[in-house]
Design a protein around this ligand. Structure first.
Ligand SMILES: Cc1cc2nc3c(=O)[nH]c(=O)nc-3n(C[C@H](O)[C@H](O)[C@H](O)COP(=O)(O)O)c2cc1C
Length: 196
């Protein structure tokens, strides 16, 4: 049976959408069954519509299903891609996390593999604290954290964040794609071992 991976992301301007697409592609290539899911937009409509770039990104994602409890229960592993907001994950992701109490209570979030990535405007704008904050939540679930570390040469080319791939806003460059693909393959491998 194929390893099941949920790629859960949120993106205001497109960066993390790009990361999520590359992660989903690489996980599928590695043999996983993949669900690509976006966190629901929680910002007021007038705020989203007040920024063309935000409104257009929401339009680009409209056919991607919103993340739901069933996706979390279904998956063997989670690939999380969310922007940094003041050194922590975007609240749209936190809003989804805050719906997971019943799953956690029934033990259905335990023993899943999890890895996380982020983006921030500045090269040192809080990427590491964002990823570590996601990992702190994952520990409450009993997840097995699959950080990339420096276990592949690409980590010496991509800025070297051992907690998870991180970048500045914009489309992924070739090194970024390689790094995200490596992190996704690693997740598939360890999610499969745990589930197996
Ligand atoms: C409310 C808010 C807070 C932000 N906080 C930070 C921050 O702490 N550090 C930083 O470098 N960038 C910060 N940014 C920039 C975002 O991280 C950036 O827009 C995001 O990584 C782009 O990802 P996306 O294209 O997927 O939306 C912030 C942006 C917003 C709107």
């Amino acid at each position: 049976m194929a390893t099941k991976i949920a790629v859960i992301f949120y993106s205001t301007y497109g960066t993390n959408h790009g990361v999520a697409l590359e992660a989903a592609r690489a996980a599928e290539e590695a043999g996983a069954e993949v669900r690509l899911r976006r966190c629901r937009e929680t910002a007021p409509e007038e705020v989203v519509n007040g920024q063309d770039a935000w409104r257009e990104q929401l339009e680009r994602m409209k056919d991607i299903p919103e993340a739901a409890l069933d996706d979390m229960e279904w998956a063997d592993g989670y690939f999380i891609a969310v922007p940094t907001r003041f050194g922590t994950p975007a609240s749209q992701f936190r809003a989804f996390v805050d719906t997971l109490g019943p799953l956690w209570q029934s033990g259905k979030l335990a023993n899943k593999a999890l890895t996380a990535t982020t983006s921030a405007q500045n090269p040192h704008g809080g990427q590491e604290t964002t990823i570590q904050t996601i990992y702190a939540t994952a520990m409450h679930w009993g997840s097995i954290i699959v950080a990339p570390g420096y276990a592949d040469p690409v980590k010496f080319e991509d800025g070297g964040n051992p907690y998870g791939f991180s970048c500045q806003p914009g489309p992924l460059d070739e090194t970024g794609k390689k790094s995200v693909a490596y992190q996704a393959r690693r997740l598939v491998e360890y999610a499969g071992r745990i589930a197996g």
